[in-house]
Ligand binder design. Sequence first.
Ligand SMILES: NC(=O)c1ccc[n+]([C@@H]2O[C@H](COP(=O)([O-])OP(=O)(O)OC[C@H]3O[C@@H](n4cnc5c(N)ncnc54)[C@H](OP(=O)(O)O)[C@@H]3O)[C@@H](O)[C@H]2O)c1
Length: 323
Amino acid sequence: MKAVRYEQYGPAAEVLRVEDIAKPAPGPGEVQVRMTLSGINPTDWKSRSGATPRPIDGFQIPHHDGTGIIDAVGEGVDDGRIGQRVWTWLAAASRPWGTAAQWTIVPSRQAVVLPDGVSDELGACLGVPAMTAHRCLVADGPVVGKNVLVAGGAGAVGHFAIELAKFFGARVATTVSGPEKAELARQAGADLVVNYRQPGAADELRAFAPTMDRIVEVALGANLALDLAVSGPSTYIVDYAAEPDDPVLPVRQCMGANLTLRFVLIYGIPAQAADQAVTDISAALAAGALTELPVTRFPLDQIMAAHEAVEAGILGKVLIEIP
Ligand SMILES: NC(=O)c1ccc[n+]([C@@H]2O[C@H](COP(=O)([O-])OP(=O)(O)OC[C@H]3O[C@@H](n4cnc5c(N)ncnc54)[C@H](OP(=O)(O)O)[C@@H]3O)[C@@H](O)[C@H]2O)c1
């Protein structure tokens, strides 16, 4: 099969190669998926570059996310799964078989049926961003009727955090850096969109909700003053991203607000929480509550340019077309 591989960490142009390699066979409890699209996330280039290295067992096919069709199953998996159109999550976590290849193999629960009418593109955007957004929202209880602030509502995680929070029945405010991203956040359903770079952002958020119950945070250090302006004893700030420099916590102010700070890393989400995320994301998909951000597609042989685009912070999602 054709597959993208790397054997050592480094820049995309130096370590990524498209090769013909032997197709893997599904083991017990696994399914084999013929990929259509492979979705790229920041974690994929950070793993490949060595910025946040993950162990390489001989070689690594990158990417966790994608859409495809199950065409074989391993021992113990119902062969009724063959022919299902699925989206994958964490395909390349502690496994060499990422989705940037004609076939991947994943544990059966990590290939989730895509409801009819949901596009392949949306399916390939879900894995890392939607699972992370879900965990950030519900790790500390349901958000129905709660006030939720999503920092960076036009980012991949931020986008699904808005859409899932609305699906769950929350009131949602979000922050963005400019008009193009504001429009995307409005389309996702945010009740209030605020430019965090403009003076008066804190006042606008306070007028919406004096105290936020959840803050889904992409830049804890940069946004802590804004977050503290809308924090109180019911506030959980849930941070899922590391900034270049770790923030210094103003402990007395955090104590004064009686807030709770949580961190989320998708690789360590408890299995039960991941399964609940899959269930809820599937329900939201079936209800038509999830949409994709603007998509830029690259053919498989332009994998280097695709990684560089994600690394440069392109707006929306980058998908690889699998031949
Ligand atoms: N912990 C986990 O499991 C996990 C899971 C997924 C992603 N991540 C990490 O989370 C980060 C975002 O991932 P992503 O896929 O959502 O990336 P993305 O699609 O590039 O979105 C990031 C968004 O954050 C916005 N942003 C940057 N600084 C901001 C600030 N101070 N306030 C508000 N928004 C800000 C950016 O827009 P502007 O710069 O224009 O504001 C951009 O829209 C990456 O570092 C990624 O590695 C971690």
